[in-house]
Design a protein around this ligand. Structure first.
Ligand code: SAM
Length: 235
C-alpha cells in the first residue's frame, strides 16, 4: 500500500480526520504581519492542504490561495464546508484543479511529487508557503523530493515559509506525523536562501484538536507531543 493509499483509506473512513482543526491555528494569527506577503497580488501556497480552514481565511484577506491535495473527497468537503463553490477543470499533464469564480482559490488535485509551478492555471508569484502537517505527512524517504518540488515555488526574494513540526515519542506508531528535525529543515531551506525569522513552541500536548488527542490516546505511548512552528524568510 502506497503512502497516498493510506491517506485515501483514511479519508474514506471519515469526513473529519484526527489532524483536521476546524479553527485557524493561533500561530498563524500570531505571526500575521511577519508571515503575510506585503504584496496582495502574491499567492499563498498550501501543499497537502486537506480541507484546512486557512484556505478561506487567507482568501478572505485578499490573497490568491493555491492548495494541493491528493484526495478529491477532501477538496469536495473543503468546498462545501467553507462555501467556496469550487468547480473542477482539467490541468494538462497533471490532473484536475478546483477553482472558485475568479480563480483566487485554486486547489490542485493530485500527487505533490508530480506537481510543478508550470501546472498553475494563472501566472502568480508565491509570497508564502504554509506547511502545516505536510512534510511530516509524506513518506520519510521522500523528504528530499519534497524540497525539490518546493524549490521552484519559493523563488521570490520576499517569500516566507511557515513550517509546522511536531516533536514526539510515539513508539507504536512512528508517524505520520513523522519526527522531522528543525536542523534538517533549516538546512534544506537554507539552500534556497531562507533563514529563521521567528519560532513558537507550544506546551506539551497543547493546542491539538479533540480528534487529534483521541488519536494520540489510542497510541497510549506518547509522553510528549509538542508542536513547533518556524517562520523562515530571505530578508
Ligand atoms: C496531515 S494532513 C494535513 C492537512 C492540512 N495541511 C491541514 O493542516 O489540515 C496531510 C494531507 O496530505 C494529503 N497527502 C498526503 N500525501 C500526499 C501527496 N503525495 N500528494 C498530495 N496530497 C497528499 C493527505 O490526503 C492529507 O489530506
Amino acid at each position: 500500500m502506497s503512502y497516498m493509499d493510506k491517506w485515501n483509506a483514511m479519508w474514506n473512513k471519515t469526513d473529519d480526520p484526527g489532524f483536521h482543526r476546524p479553527e485557524i491555528v493561533p500561530q498563524i494569527t500570531h505571526m500575521g504581519s511577519r508571515l503575510l506577503p506585503a504584496d496582495k497580488s502574491a499567492a499563498i501556497f498550501i501543499p497537502l492542504c486537506g480541507k484546512t480552514p486557512e484556505i478561506k481565511y487567507f482568501n478572505d484577506l485578499g490573497y490568491t490561495v493555491i492548495g494541493l491535495e491528493g484526495n478529491e473527497k477532501a477538496i469536495q468537503l473543503l468546498s462545501e464546508e467553507q462555501n467556496l463553490h469550487l468547480t473542477e477543470s482539467q490541468v494538462a499533464g497533471f490532473g484536475k484543479v478546483f477553482t472558485n469564480g475568479d480563480k483566487s482559490v485554486q486547489i490542485y488535485s493530485g500527487d505533490l511529487f508530480q506537481f510543478s509551478k508550470g501546472h498553475l492555471v494563472t501566472d502568480v508569484e508565491i509570497g508564502a508557503v504554509i506547511d502545516k502537517g505536510s512534510l511530516v505527512a509524506v513518506d520519510p524517504n521522500m523528504k528530499t523530493k519534497y524540497f525539490e518540488v518546493m524549490k521552484e515555488f519559493v523563488q521570490s526574494p520576499n517569500c516566507r515559509y511557515m513550517m509546522f513540526l511536531i516533536e514526539h515519542d510515539m513508539k507504536s506508531r512512528p508517524g505520520p506525523p513523522h519526527n522531522v528535525s528543525f536542523q534538517y529543515v533549516a538546512e534544506e531551506l537554507g539552500k534556497f536562501g531562507f533563514q529563521l525569522l521567528a519560532s513558537e513552541k507550544a506546551n506539551n500536548f497543547e493546542g491539538f484538536a479533540e480528534s487529534e488527542m483521541n488519536m494520540l490516546q489510542e497510541t497510549k505511548d506518547a509522553t510528549f507531543f509538542i508542536e513547533c512552528v518556524y517562520l523562515f524568510g530571505k530578508n
